[in-house]
Design a protein around this ligand. Structure first.
Ligand SMILES: [Fe+2]
Length: 303
């Protein structure tokens, strides 16, 4: 369609998947390659068609990131194209487009933004600048995500979530993501679970696992979000933060397990997740091996 009509630009309008699809289209056209051929890091050699994004959900941050997640319908795996050339030239954030979003999608996309911000904040590639962005996002999400879910017409909550998504997207574009996303992409593709829901189930488990190496950072988040007083120890504050994340996810009606996750699938899911995490720019604070990743994923099965 783009070639047939001699289009000289692409306007992406929609949620994260639509914007990712637009990125892939804009890159495939100028690079004369398929999306699968461009999957990986820095494989986009030619500048993409000029791309502009108008997100209609708040969470993916795709409007400001250099990544596009694509699904392979044959292998049921998700692949990621990562290249700075994919970053849209401009993004327009208009929260009026988000006022009608159903609560379930608001919750799932909001937790996606929270996951971006937390993974960027605990990344070993984090900088002062990315921390500033991630902290701003986390503060806004703790303050107003539940309001956006329960009262979708609340303009202030919608506006704050649009900004939080944008801040979190900017933060992870530089600092990277972590095991939550690596596992989420693979489980999401295998069982067709929406990205934000998968993140919500995985995030508390990865924080539990990473806790010994990020106690100070999680304690800082607990104080930033006013979950604990300044006098509380780092150890207790960090645990309280993880509990608050679990509570927020539960209060939005998201389960803590994957309905269809089967034990026989876990070894391959762990292998694919570790491959994604360790061969792309994921600078995680505590490393998982195959057995550790399998154990972690098994905690997300329905009891
Ligand atoms: Fe995400």
């Amino acid at each position: 369609m783009v070639l047939k009509n001699h289009c000289d630009g692409v306007l992406a309008f929609g949620g994260g998947s639509s914007i990712d699809a637009a990125k892939a289209i804009a890159a495939c056209v100028t690079n004369t390659k398929t999306a699968q051929q461009l999957a990986g890091v820095f494989k986009v050699k030619q500048a993409i068609l000029p791309l502009y994004a108008i997100p209609t959900t708040a969470g993916t941050g795709s409007e400001v990131t250099p990544a596009a997640v694509i699904s392979n319908s044959e292998s049921h795996k998700k692949e990621v194209i990562i290249d700075p050339k994919l970053t849209p030239r401009m993004a327009a954030l208009d929260c009026n487009l988000m006022l009608e979003l159903p609560p379930a999608i608001t919750a799932a996309t909001g937790v996606d933004a929270l996951t971006h911000a937390i993974e960027a904040y605990i990344s070993t590639n984090a900088t002062d600048h990315t921390n500033e962005l991630a902290l701003s996002a986390i503060k806004l999400i703790f303050k107003l995500l539940e309001t956006a879910v329960t009262n979708g017409k609340n303009v202030q909550a919608r506006q704050s979530m649009a900004m939080a998504s944008y801040y979190a997207g900017m933060a992870f574009s530089r600092a990277g993501l972590g095991y939550v996303h690596a596992i989420s992409h693979n489980i999401g593709a295998k069982y067709a679970v929406p990205h934000g829901i998968a993140n919500a189930i995985i995030l508390p488990q990865v924080l539990d696992f990473s806790l010994p190496n990020i106690e100070d950072k999680l304690a800082n988040l607990a104080r930033l979000t006013n979950i604990v007083d300044n006098g509380v120890s780092d150890k207790n504050a960090a645990k309280t933060f993880i509990a608050a994340v679990r509570q927020m996810i539960k209060s939005m009606g998201i389960p803590h397990y994957f309905e269809n996750l089967e034990a026989k699938d876990i070894p391959e899911l762990a292998r694919s997740a570790l491959k994604e995490a360790h061969f792309t720019p994921y600078a995680v604070p505590k490393y998982l091996d195959q057995m550790g990743c399998e154990n972690l994923i098994s905690k997300m099965m329905k009891a």
